[in-house]
Design a protein around this ligand. Structure first.
Ligand code: SF4
Length: 213
């Protein structure tokens, strides 16, 4: 990627964060947040991870996936042979729902355009949706994560199939779920291996075994 294109992306993402997200009051979550959590990582990333919403640590630090689930996500990314600096990590919601409750439909509807714009700017080759709310929102479906994970889907800008080309999307379990259900780490690793194959990445030695945890 040319330095000019990278600079344009950085500027566009910076403007979106500074001018729209940081002062956003579009839904009730602005009343209880400490910080907005825009997401962070490489703006030239080939791979973007999308989670559900900031948790307590994320709200305090203003950064995505920095709590216990974030530590597991870091291990999952490392198992793929990558670092967090090589990918982009963000959430459907930019503000923490109180007590980490599920995002409400009106909150998702209000916040969704920010994520849509982030993905339009970054133009990743592959998107990984972490957990049910992210997968259901990005794919505009009510299917369970158990049915959605492990297979390729098409993500379209603004959810409209005729707008632009589809981006391949893999749904998998959220790291917070995997902390509670470690037996499913094998399935998540299988999903991530499919992502690596799609990106033409070298498979790590011993890749048939669970590597995260
Ligand atoms: S969750 Fe999203 S829409 Fe709601 S206040 Fe925060 S940034 Fe705005």
């Amino acid at each position: 990627m040319s330095p000019e294109v990278l600079s344009q992306r950085n500027e566009a993402l910076g403007n979106l964060d500074e001018q729209h997200v940081k002062g956003c009051i579009k839904c009730q979550l602005h009343e209880t947040r400490t910080n907005t959590v825009f997401g962070q990582g490489n703006t030239a990333a080939r791979l973007v991870f999308v989670g559900e919403a900031p948790g307590r640590e994320e709200d305090l630090q203003g950064l995505a996936f920095v709590g216990r689930a974030g530590q597991l996500l870091t291990k999952m990314i490392a198992a793929m042979g990558l670092t967090r600096d090589e990918v982009f990590i963000c959430n459907i919601l930019k503000c923490r729902p109180p007590d980490n409750r599920d995002p409400a439909p009106d909150e998702i509807a209000s916040c969704w355009p920010y994520l849509d714009e982030q993905l339009q700017i970054i133009q990743p080759e592959v998107i990984v949706a972490l957990g049910r709310p992210a997968a259901q929102t990005l794919l505009r479906t009510k299917e369970s994560i158990g049915r959605l994970r492990g297979q390729w889907h098409d993500y379209y800008i603004s959810g409209i199939p005729m707008v632009g080309e589809a981006t391949p999307l893999m749904a998998t379990y959220h790291p917070a779920y995997l902390l509670r259900n470690p037996a499913d780490k094998n399935k998540a690793w299988s999903d991530l291996q499919q992502v690596m194959q799609k990106l033409g990445m070298k498979m790590p030695q011993g890749s048939r075994r669970t590597r995260q945890g």
